[in-house]
Design a protein around this ligand. Sequence first.
Ligand SMILES: Nc1nc2c(c(=O)[nH]1)N[C@H]1C(S)=C(S)[C@@H](COP(=O)(O)O)O[C@H]1N2
Ligand SMILES: [Mo]
Length: 414
Amino acid sequence: MREDDLLVEKVYQQARADEFIWQKAKTLGMSRKKFLQFMTVGAGIAIGSGLPRLRLEEPALAAGEVVKPVPPELFYDYKGIQQEMRWEAMYDRGYLVPNELFYVRNHTATSKIDRQTWRLRVEGSGVSRPREFTYEELLSLPSVSVIRALECAGNGRSFFESVQGKKADGAPWKLGAIGVAEWTGVPLREVLQLAGVKRTAKDVMPEGLDEKKVRRPMSLAKALEEDTLLVYAMNGQTLPADHGFPIRAFVPGWLGAASIKWVGRIEVSETPLFSTWNTESYVLIGSDYQPNPPAKGTIITSQNIKSAFELAWDAKMSASEHLLRGRSWSASGKIAKVEVSLDGGKTWQAARLREPNLDGAWVRWDVDWNARPGKYQLQAKATDTKGNTQPTSVPFNTKGYLYNAVVSHPVTVS
Ligand SMILES: Nc1nc2c(c(=O)[nH]1)N[C@H]1C(S)=C(S)[C@@H](COP(=O)(O)O)O[C@H]1N2
Ligand SMILES: [Mo]
């Protein structure tokens, strides 16, 4: 298999699942021939019975807090550890989400780390020169800046309940668990090369220093991409504590959970790595989804295509001329067009796209609206350059990930 193929999500998931099961089978003394027979019978069913189970801890929500001010006019608060950006607060801003308005998603509390004593350890069977880096050493390496979106896989989760009547587990995000920032840091591949990454390495797993040691693997191919970073600055400022100070991983296009904050260790392995965050959570569980054993559902890697209006939820507006604004984004390419409906999907018009329109970030758009008194359902539907477009509905999954159907935004004009 070529390394490039591993950038294709399905190929990667299948390869790592096969590899995982083969490693387990080998330790049980199964021959390659027997194993291949077993695979064609259906590994997903057999693995639970004949093979050892992974020991995984349950991710629990602990009480915690965020360091930066999170005033209610900028954020919705969920249990003190998840802060959703209010879209109306973006109406009078530019392309980037300022650090003080960027959503926060912590599994526990924000870690407070001293950069003097902080170390990054790179180790595992996939490196020939395991080593540590200090903060200063990391900062002295070549760095790049990229403008990209970071989005939680659960963004849009509340719509499973409000639209489909099925409640999913987790914070009831509307559409504000996303932001676009300029991320500055050292390409992960620089660090991996210094640690002597082997050709035979498969998975790379950054691990957080937070209470739960949040960690999630990526393929070596993804880790070696030029824009997969170890970030130390966000929008030209030292990375804030809530966003992972001193160093966070940034894995563009992938679900937010891959972009591990407060990184203290990176495990590089010749065998596939698993954690609770790619087996129990951040997997699609439901009758429309196939599990990727040992994961309980389809493992999520890439984000999808969505749109949001820069309006309060629900919005109240005066009966007058308005410039309606919003943004659309796709993890698979630039946005090619955005259509807006002011009458709940009956008629559509093209929105004007405003530069910049960066790949992997988002595009700003607007439409004029001479609003008359009444109740409205505003809709926006984006299409990217690869032809991906927002669907009218998304099959339910129990943890409520990747909801990207066209959303009806309630507005009252009086
Ligand atoms: N160490 C650690 N990294 C983490 C998390 C965490 O709880 N601990 N949350 C993840 C999730 S689910 C998301 S969506 C993003 C959120 O990044 P932000 O808080 O900077 O917006 O961080 C990810 N990285
Ligand atoms: Mo997330």
